[in-house]
Design a binder for this molecule. Structure first.
Ligand SMILES: [Zn+2]
Ligand SMILES: [Zn+2]
Length: 216
């Protein structure tokens, strides 16, 4: 099994008084826009935030104006379940720093196709249908266990491999250093550019604004 490619996904958290007051967090993860419940530590189905609050938390948010909350959520243009699943599937074979607001669990990783499963039952079912013509079915005890996460639970569930927080923090530091080096280089390039004028915008600072970065 080849080592997975480390991918760093651009993440941005947004303050929103109404959502924050309901213990929800709106954030962008790469191309996705998702609302997380900070009490359950999971992403919510688009359109399901209101139901989640009333059904799972018995919250009466009428005092905050139900229609106001719905309007706020509507304006965020949240990613659909399919978009979230497609994004997660796109991470097969990669590993990303663990996301906040979501539990990390020990999943099972198929050595043939790299798919990640969050439950033993699902891995068992998968094993029999996924193997090379000549290959053996891997005994469950030999299936690698990997830390993984899913943004949505339930129907839209799709697991991806993560590296735990502490390791992710070290990578964050590395990226910070790389960004600083790039800034210094761009300043140096600007100084040079005074001698030989170049069009602005030819120097790109990767990371600050790009939706996604790949790190090998
Ligand atoms: Zn919740
Ligand atoms: Zn497989």
């Amino acid at each position: 099994m080849a080592d997975p490619t480390l991918r760093v996904v651009f993440i941005e958290d947004f303050e929103n008084p109404i959502l924050d007051g309901l213990n929800l967090k709106y954030r962008r993860i790469g191309p996705l826009r998702v609302i997380f419940c900070l009490e359950c530590l999971r992403g919510l189905q688009p359109g399901g935030s209101g139901t989640h609050l009333t059904k799972d938390h018995g919250k009466d948010y009428s005092e905050l104006s139900r229609s106001g909350v719905i309007a706020v959520i509507y304006d965020l243009h949240l990613s659909t379940e399919d978009q979230i699943r497609a994004f997660s599937s796109g991470l097969v074979g990669s590993v990303v720093p663990a996301l906040d607001f979501v539990d990390v669990i020990a999943g099972w990783k198929c050595i043939y196709c790299n798919l990640i499963f969050g439950s033993e039952g699902n891995m068992k079912n998968h094993r029999s249908s996924c193997k090379p013509a000549e290959g053996p079915i891997i005994p469950l005890k030999n299936v690698p266990r990997v830390p993984c996460q899913t943004i949505l639970t339930g129907k839209g569930k799709s697991f991806f491999e993560v590296i735990p927080k502490e390791a992710a923090a070290a990578i964050d530091n590395q990226i910070q250093i790389l960004k600083e080096i790039q800034v210094q280089q761009s300043i140096a390039a600007d100084v040079q550019a005074q001698a030989t004028p170049q069009p602005r915008g030819s120097i790109e600072l990767v990371g600050a604004t790009s939706a996604e970065e790949t790190w090998n």
